[in-house]
Write a protein that binds this ligand. Sequence first.
Ligand SMILES: Cc1ncc(COP(=O)(O)O)c(C=O)c1O
Length: 404
Amino acid sequence: MAIRFADRMLREDFQGEFMKLIMEAVASDDIISFAGGLPNPLSFPVEDIRRATDKVLAEHGVQALQYSAVEGYKPLREFIAGRYRAQGIEASADQILITTGSQQALDIIAAVMLNEGDAIILEKPSYLAALQLFHFYGPKVLSVDLTEEGADCEQLAQLIEEHHPKFFYAIPNFQNPTGLTYSEKVRHKLAGLINASNTLFVEDNPYGDLRFSGSPKTPCKKLMGDQCVLLGTFSKTVSPGMRLGWICCSDPQLYQKLLDYKQVVDLHSNFFCQMVLAQYFADYRVEDHIARITQLYSHQANFMMDCMKKYFPAGVEYTRPEGGMFLWVTLPEGMRAVELSRRAVKRGVAVAAGDPFYEEERGVRTFRMNYTNCADEDIRKGIRMLGEVISQMQAESAASKTEA
Ligand SMILES: Cc1ncc(COP(=O)(O)O)c(C=O)c1O
């Protein structure tokens, strides 16, 4: 039988190819991988989760194993809302919808908001799995440049005026892939623009808790109110394997639509894990746990940057993140990150070439580096090898120019 697939599965998926390469590199024991985005396993509170699990099963076993509410476990939603209130965001448990990771939150938002051909805006570059996902819904994807201070607000204003996009999707804290964070100035400008428009702001904040230097910035949701939906996840602070994230949405009409869609798709997210997490947060101070993670990531980020300074040739630039899991490298003019990544993998080190993080640009000279999942010695070895490959590419390029 010739299986007749849906058109959306037959579209050329450029991002998918790169995703496969990244996952292969992450899975291989012989390759030092800076290509993925895995939290450091040292950050998983295995014993505490085991104790919380025992308690849930002993005290609420039947509830934990039964079907339950679409929106999620109330104590967990209260915990999330309470943490938002501590940051000055007006939020209540009724505005939180628990999802299967923030990846599902993105899917629910896209499904509820998008008709084919609708305009949306993404940062340039953006999170590649969001690009992949939004493409399933056939929108017109527009991109706005990302500067050291955040989205270029002039460009954004023009795009909003010309295209009336349904939403602008952005990651203002320790962005994936660049590690950049929006300044206060840009946040306020952005809020002015969004609040004066009919465009929703989708603020994806998986890394916000992982700040290891600089000062916390005002959440966009605080400045935008109902016109912003804020996404969060436990993947980077507790466990990605538990697959739990959430949407904070204060517009009641939109919240209801998100809930309706979630119900149809999967009834609710893993309730057992929601209860385990709520128990874990009741019994342990999450701030202490997060402090241990940020201490670890601060060391790893600084160690990687020190190695880059030592081993990368002049002309290679990189962002200096104040938190999160990534930094973003720009090669000198004329070099391609895809070529670097091909050669580097042969030497035993993987990076994520920048191309799939863009809607349109190809042959770019940028690439993403993850620092959270390698031991110091591997970081040193991997960066030294990368430095050698870059130098070799530079030498070849200089030689070919001389010949020409
Ligand atoms: C920007 C961004 N959004 C969403 C996700 C999805 O995270 P999860 O589904 O594990 O919550 C990730 C994961 O890396 C991410 O980087």
